[in-house]
Ligand binder design. Structure first.
Ligand SMILES: Nc1nc2c(ncn2[C@@H]2O[C@H](COP(=O)(O)OP(=O)(O)OP(=O)(O)O)[C@@H](O)[C@H]2O)c(=O)[nH]1
Ligand SMILES: [Mg+2]
Ligand SMILES: [Zn+2]
Length: 361
């Protein structure tokens, strides 16, 4: 059997795809935007001595706000402070704020601008929405095929989250160098993944921080944009940011026993890019459950399955057991991949049950 040449394949696909992908990623249609549940309701009047800034990280001590390159540790003031108890998402990384300077490097936030986009999931309690970052143009969905292994269902969750949050997704498959010595099954999974997601029009980049392949392509997407890098621990989010921009973000080896990431990055951090734009490095996710997942979110995401469903015998066909189901027929004939079908089915079951519950670690 001819050995599959990933690098050759990468370049061929890259040339063909890059024009089309860039167009998709650069679209700035915000018309479908729905606000987060916890949008800002109140703020104090803005006065002349107040400063404008961007929230770059949040810790127990407060929010770090960058105002013209100077960092202020800010608390919340007045009405905003009162609301804090009610809302976990009053301030998020990426927020544009006004604050009252108190000392050389501290202040009190008095106003938060309306957000134009957000990446969110359900928080650990399962009862609240948790914003990962806001006012972001691009979600860089970081995955690897091996070390750690690919979880296609996680990719679909991210893609639905970007639709809900008004972000443009880019799927970045890192550690492509490892595929050469991966098992046949893993190599097949890589090919199947591409064959499913590329025709759907998502920009997909196969990259490696070790060999440098794909890094320039990735950089060209990020220029003058605000992007959030998210994904499982150990896929190489911080390594990618280091490779693209020469940062010195801490990176960590995978645990040898489990071949899983070790949660090296612990704080979400917005970084100013040397060539213009911002990137957000985030801690690896242990789970990604969609906040308020509804069946209509699933059907609108799986538009290929919806298209087939028009030919099912029963208009309310669930495409699980019904006779004369066009989706099941397409599956049997390999016209849709089982990877895509299983992801659809699982997400739909979660949506019908009223909330998305997932655990990855
Ligand atoms: N072989 C290979 N290893 C890589 C590549 N990119 C990153 N790594 C390694 O993968 C490990 C994890 O990288 P990190 O950048 O810390 O991963 P992360 O996604 O930021 O992980 P968390 O901060 O824990 O969420 C490190 O040992 C890196 O050296 C790559 O392209 N190829
Ligand atoms: Mg990291
Ligand atoms: Zn059907």
């Amino acid at each position: 059997m001819k050995h599959y040449d990933f690098e050759e394949d990468f370049h061929a696909r890259d040339r063909k795809q890059s024009r089309k992908e860039r167009k998709i990623a650069q679209k700035t249609d915000r018309s479908k935007f729905k606000k987060t549940d916890e949008s800002i309701k109140t703020s104090a009047p803005i006065k002349e001595h107040h400063l404008k800034g961007k929230v770059i990280s949040i810790s127990g001590e407060g929010s770090s706000v960058d105002s013209d390159g100077k960092i202020y540790l800010c608390s919340l003031k007045g009405i905003l402070k009162k609301e804090k108890g009610l809302s976990k998402n009053l301030i998020a990384v990426g927020d544009n704020v006004f604050f009252e300077p108190i000392t050389e490097n501290t202040g009190a936030i008095i106003h938060v601008d309306e957000r134009f986009s957000f990446l969110s999931r359900t928080d650990i309690s399962g009862k609240k929405e948790q914003l990962i970052a806001v006012n972001i143009d691009l979600a860089i969905i970081c995955i690897s095929i091996v070390e750690p292994e690919l979880k296609p269902a996680l990719v679909d969750r991210y893609l639905i989250a970007t639709e809900k949050g008004n972000l443009h997704p880019i799927i970045v498959i890192n550690k492509i160098d490892l595929l050469k010595r991966a098992s046949l099954k893993e190599q097949e999974l890589y090919k199947e993944f591409l064959s499913v997601y590329e025709p759907l029009g998502y920009p997909i980049l196969s990259v490696s921080t070790t060999t440098g392949i794909g890094i320039e392509s990735l950089k060209s997407y990020l220029k003058n944009k605000t992007s959030v890098f998210s994904g499982q621990s150990g896929v190489g989010k911080s390594s990618l940011l280091n490779a693209c921009f020469g940062f010195s973000l801490k990176t960590g080896e995978l645990a040898q026993k489990t071949i899983k990431g070790t949660h090296t990055t612990t704080v979400t951090q917005l970084l100013h890019l040397p060539e213009g734009g911002y990137c957000v490095d985030t801690p690896g996710i242990r789970s990604f459950s969609l906040w308020k997942l509804e069946p209509k979110d699933v059907t609108s995401h799986f538009h290929d399955i919806q298209q087939l469903a028009k030919k099912c015998k029963f208009p309310d066909c669930t495409h699980r057991t019904e006779p004369e189901c066009a989706v099941l027929k397409a599956l049997a004939q390999d016209k849709i991949s089982s990877l895509r079908y299983e992801s659809y089915k699982n997400l739909m079951i979660q949506a019908e049950e009223g909330s998305d519950k997932t655990t990855w670690d």
